[in-house]
Design a binder for this molecule. Structure first.
Ligand code: NAD
Ligand code: FE2
Length: 382
């Protein structure tokens, strides 16, 4: 690691972590003079018992609630516009994102749009749009219900174009939640498949962040501990969930997201085009690609893989052992080893490779990735 210039390190906001922490939401709103929140979620979560309990508890405290849940699986710009209309038409004073990464990303994008009415993608971080995020934003609170993206502690939202499905990043430090109520009880009923896919996303964050290019020892420490917690708990959380495994996965997913301010890499760039082109769930796309992406990164970074192997308690402290661990872990949580099993066809590979090469994640990969590398990686994983 070489420190060749001045770097900026940011750490997130207040996190209330633990079973039952979601019950503090009502008192928090009252203490902060907020009485008309918009709750942004998705149509699955809005039907779950814990969600109804949260809403009923807030209503009992005389808090006026409006729920917006009309969003796509991979959220698009028009979802954000619809949610902002609900915010405006019902005169809200704050926004609460309750759900997985999709729901929380929409909530965060509504937070942005309330006082920033240019075309949403004018604020796209990749074209420097963050400089236009200059106005105040509503009070923003998040409650994660999956243990994967860690979007609840992030400052960015991933929203796709309605027509091209290309994912854009909206980013600003202003989009950080003021407080996160991370309650593992909200994740207890997550189905096995979602637990596996989101959990592998969290693992991908810790691994990619750990080896990403930027010198950032603070994030590397967090990434390794997150990796260790996932190693301890993912299989249990998928196959025989209990509060301990759910708690470890939830804190590990938060840690993964804190760590990836350091950057992500080739695996996320392999995964994003699958969601764009085939609507594949983000976590599943990472899960299938991670063994291949990590294998690509071993050469030249053996020292990093040695530390990851040690963290994962592998007998052989090598990159190859880490790759084998990832395939075995996918088997244990019922995730396929091949892209063909999740709907990828040989004729998709050229387009996927172009999209992956244009993706924002891989410039932070420890080694450069060319379009031909993406083509070879997809072909190998097919
Ligand atoms: N902002 C970021 O930093 C960031 C990082 C990575 C990914 N993302 C985005 O996050 C999204 C993926 O998020 P995700 O992996 O959390 O999946 P998700 O939000 O799509 O949720 C997965 C499924 O689980 C359901 N679900 C959520 N909580 C549940 C619960 N407690 N019980 C039962 N079902 C539940 C949802 O309704 C959905 O059907 C993608 O849009 C991706 O682009 C954002
Ligand atoms: Fe991710």
């Amino acid at each position: 690691m070489t420190f060749d210039k001045i770097y900026q390190y940011n750490f997130p906001t207040t996190i209330r972590f633990g079973a039952g922490s979601s019950k503090e939401l009502g008192d928090y709103l009252i203490k902060n003079g907020l009485s008309r929140p918009l709750i942004s979620t998705d149509r699955v979560v809005s039907q779950l018992d814990f969600f109804k309990e949260i809403v009923n508890d807030l209503k009992r405290k005389n808090i006026s609630i409006e729920v917006f849940d009309d969003i796509h699986k991979n959220p698009v710009k028009s979802d954000v516009y619809k949610g902002t209309d609900v915010y405006d038409n019902t005169t809200r004073d704050s926004i609460i994102g309750i759900g997985g990464g999709a729901a929380i990303d929409v909530a965060r994008s509504i937070v942005l749009r309330v006082n920033h009415r240019e075309d949403l993608f004018k604020y796209d971080d990749l074209i420097g749009g963050d400089i236009f995020v200059t106005n105040d934003v509503p009070h923003f609170i998040t409650l994660p219900t999956t243990a994967g993206t860690g979007s609840e502690v992030g400052r960015s939202a991933i929203i796709a174009d309605d027509i091209t499905h290309q994912k854009k990043i909206l980013f600003s430090p202003k989009l950080l939640a003021k407080i996160i109520f991370a309650d593992p009880m909200l994740t207890m009923e997550l189905p096995a498949f979602v637990t596996a896919a989101t959990g592998m996303d969290a693992l991908t964050h810790t691994m990619e962040a750990y080896i990403a290019r930027m010198p950032h020892p603070m994030c590397e420490g967090i990434a390794l501990e997150g990796m260790s917690l996932i190693h301890d708990s993912l299989v249990q959380a998928v196959n025989k969930p209990d509060l301990e495994s759910r708690s470890k996965m939830l804190i590990a997913s938060l840690m993964g997201a804190v760590a990836f301010q350091k950057g992500l890499g080739v695996v996320h760039s392999l995964a994003h085009p699958l969601s764009a082109l085939l609507d594949t769930h983000h976590g599943l796309a990472n899960a299938v690609n991670i063994p291949y992406g990590m294998e690509f990164n071993i050469k030249g970074f053996e020292h990093k893989f040695k530390k990851m192997a040690r963290t994962l308690e592998l007998k052989e402290e090598t990159g190859e052992a880490v790759v084998k661990y990832l395939f075995d872990l996918n088997s244990k949580v019922n995730i396929p080893h091949k892209l063909s099993a999740i709907g990828v066809k040989p004729e998709h590979i050229a387009t996927l490779s172009n999209l992956a090469f244009a993706d924002f994640a891989h410039p932070n990969n420890p080694k450069p990735v060319t379009r031909d590398d993406f083509y070879a990686l997809y072909s190998k994983a097919l």
